[in-house]
Design a protein around this ligand. Structure first.
Ligand SMILES: [Zn+2]
Length: 75
């Protein structure tokens, strides 16, 4: 559950901010994060649901399906 832990840490870091951040997801092949093309503020990130999205990965070239447990915020 390393992915879920990372996402949880990001939520805590950005909790107080109203800035808009890029939603990033971890590539399961290379263990690197990449932007999903989705952006949101911390409130939307914490309360929203992001299940069953798909983004092509720039690290391995594959299409990855991602959801709440795989994502974090980056700026
Ligand atoms: Zn990948």
């Amino acid at each position: 559950m390393r992915e879920a832990k990372k996402a949880k840490q990001a939520q805590q870091i950005y909790k107080a901010s109203t800035e808009v951040f890029d939603v990033v997801v971890r590539c399961p092949e290379t263990d690197n994060f990449f932007p999903t093309g989705v952006a949101c503020d911390a409130g939307s990130f914490n309360s929203g649901s992001f299940e069953n999205n798909r983004t092509q990965c720039p690290h391995c070239g594959k299409m990855h399906r991602w959801g709440d447990s795989e994502i974090a915020l980056a700026n």
